[in-house]
Design a protein around this ligand. Structure first.
Ligand code: NAD
Length: 268
């Protein structure tokens, strides 16, 4: 019998996988046997970093390809999923991970500041979820996997789907939106045996929130918010992602798993 977290034969797209949580999740899914598409933004150093993630996976005996796409752009998202199908012939798992922040007091927040965060963190997650759902609903079921989910969508949201965030109202609104997007999709797609869940990370040591942890003073301030007494690492989220992506969690849909060291236990 296959181990329940075994992902051999499964194909996964991970968005924003050239760094941080996406990178760790792509590596962990591949280590569990999945064939992975490492999505990254075009330009900058993302291409090189994505290639390094693919090489790391290949060195450990796994399978991965890279694919550039801005998840906020409909045509690029559709092309990303077409590439995944062209390369691997099927799709089983989407990890909707890519995200950005743009902090600003409300009075100074331009429409563009608001829109860009919503475009990536909410609309981009919708576009990828829609593309994945279309594939899941049109491809033949894997005959080796009777009686379990036919597709799996995982959102990387944030504790800020429930904790308000002053000066980051665009980000908090986007993550609150992802919460309802996830639940509504889970309800809609459960009869098609497609599971949809979120992971809400707390403070994880990645580039997106570097100012919050990269000096002893900022780290000490941050640790006061975390009952478990340490900052999270990308692998903490990646392990939860492997579980939610696998048949070990087959009866779980429409839920948010908080991977936050207890951060949401403290009142604001
Ligand atoms: P990160 O900055 O390392 O990763 C974000 C990734 O998304 C980057 O690789 C970036 O290039 C990519 N990206 C951004 N816009 C994109 C676009 N339009 N198209 C494709 N890719 C794009 O930071 P991270 O912490 O790994 O963030 C991953 C996710 O986790 C985000 O959704 C973030 O909101 C969420 N999150 C992070 C934390 C944390 O403490 N690090 C906490 C809660 C939630």
């Amino acid at each position: 019998m296959q181990h329940a977290t075994e992902l051999r034969g499964r194909v996964a797209v991970v968005t924003g996988a050239s760094s941080g949580i996406g990178r760790a999740t792509a590596i962990a899914l591949a280590a569990a046997g999945a064939q992975v598409v490492i999505n990254h933004r075009a330009g900058g150093d993302s291409q090189g970093r994505a290639a390094a993630v693919a090489e790391a996976i290949q060195r450990q005996g796994g399978t991965a390809v890279t694919a550039a796409a801005d998840i906020a752009k409909e045509a690029e998202v559709d092309h990303l999923f077409a590439q995944a199908l062209q390369h691997y012939g099927r799709l089983d798992i989407l990890v909707n991970n890519a995200g950005i922040e743009h902090a600003s007091p409300i009075a100074d927040m331009t429409l563009a500041d608001w829109q860009r965060v919503i475009d990536v963190n909410l609309t981009g997650h919708f576009l990828c979820a829609r593309a994945a759902a279309r594939v899941f609903q049109s491809q033949p079921p894997d005959p080796a996997r009777q009686g379990v989910a036919l597709g799996n969508i995982l959102f990387i949201s944030s504790v800020h789907e429930v904790i308000p965030w002053a000066f980051q109202v665009n980000y908090a609104a986007s993550k609150g939106g992802v919460s309802m997007l996830m639940k509504s999709l889970a309800q809609e797609l459960a009869p098609a045996r497609i599971r949809v869940n979120s992971i809400a990370p707390g403070a994880i040591r990645t580039a997106i929130n570097q100012p919050a942890w990269d000096t002893p003073e900022s780290l000490a301030k941050l640790l006061k918010l975390i009952p478990y007494g340490r900052i999270g690492e990308p692998d903490d989220v990646a392990r939860a992602a492997v579980w939610l992506a696998s048949d070990a969690s087959d009866y779980v849909t429409g839920t948010t798993l908080f991977v936050d060291g207890g951060m949401t236990l403290y009142p604001e």
